[in-house]
Design a protein around this ligand. Structure first.
Ligand code: RIB
Length: 306
């Protein structure tokens, strides 16, 4: 890649506390974990890291607490080559997530936002020039919605492509009817966002895209083909088939890799292959960030064209 695309990510930074369990606990159940570990996570930082490892020049705008975890987190991102000057510190605690992962690699996550909820529109304003000069802006929904909407407004007004992963999906977001260039979301989020069943989205993709208020809608579906709905039609692109170890962060790996692929001028179909490979590789190790793949590993998993 001649010149790494400069992208800006706005989003959360969490410390993930993960327990391996035989199955996801049901209400009222007490379970014994088979392993426990802690690593850095948060959808914003995971996607920033995925974009950096995929070959991007990445700035993360976010907020950690004034605690040791916050300091260590910033050092960690810096060591990964991510620009951290726009990460501020506020309040006593860095965000954290409590995660269970079962034997099939499926997970459930509860997030305590901590400092992530201190990121305000005024902080985005401080970095408006950076956003306006970016090749793309990538966001999720673990920071306050007014902050996310403000950043989208700045980028859109400057003609910067906005890629939004509306996760975790909220009714507040659905009601806001936000218009963006690209939405990346999983099948459950897509169905909830557009109030259609999976079958209805398959049968009437343009109705789904219109209801989602975006130019292109990318729906990840685990090991099933990724569905891409654009103004001119649909694509279904099968991901590499792997046996997942831990699916935490796989969607983030997809979003970060797709952003770099598209910002560096890859054709849409190739960019989806690139992102599918990143997402599949991210399921092959434990923890969100430790398993996010680098550019060479991603390319090695992309199907060779005949
Ligand atoms: O997408 C995975 C991430 O969701 C985890 O790293 C956790 O922190 C939550 O934000």
């Amino acid at each position: 890649m001649p010149q790494p695309p400069k992208i800006v990510v706005i989003g959360s930074l969490n410390v993930d506390h993960t327990l391996r369990v035989p199955h996801i606990p049901t209400p009222g159940e007490t379970l014994t974990a088979t392993a426990a570990f802690t690593c850095f996570g948060g959808k914003g930082a995971n996607q920033a890291l995925a974009a950096a490892r995929a070959g991007g020049d990445v700035t993360l705008i976010g907020c950690v607490g004034e605690d040791d975890a916050g300091t260590r987190y910033i050092e960690h991102l810096r060591s990964e080559g991510i620009h951290t000057g726009a990460i501020m510190k506020a309040g006593p605690s860095t965000g954290c997530a409590f995660i269970t992962v079962d034997d099939s690699g499926e997970n459930s996550i509860v997030v305590s936002p901590g400092a992530n909820h201190a990121l305000m529109p005024i902080h985005v304003d401080e970095h408006a020039a950076l956003i306006r000069s970016a090749a793309a802006l990538l966001l999720q929904l673990e920071c306050p919605l007014p902050t996310v909407l403000h950043a989208i407004h700045i980028a859109t007004a400057a003609g910067v492509p906005v890629i939004l992963n509306p996760s975790p999906l909220t009714s507040e977001f659905i009601r806001a009817r936000v218009e963006v260039d690209t939405l990346i979301l999983n099948a459950q989020e897509a169905a909830a966002l557009v109030s259609m069943t999976h079958a209805e989205i398959d049968a009437e993709p343009q109705r789904a895209r219109a209801a989602a208020h975006c130019r292109q809608m990318i729906i990840t579906r685990g090991s099933d083909p990724t569905l891409v709905i654009t103004v001119s039609g649909i694509l279904k692109i099968a991901p590499p088939q792997v046996i997942p170890v831990d699916t935490v962060g796989a969607g983030d790996a997809f979003a970060g890799a797709f952003t770099i692929a598209s910002a560096s001028g890859m054709a849409l179909e190739e960019a989806i292959h690139f992102a599918n490979a990143a997402g599949a590789l991210a399921t092959q190790g434990i923890g969100a960030q430790p398993s996010i793949p680098g550019r060479d590993a991603i390319f090695s998993l992309i199907p060779v064209r005949s």
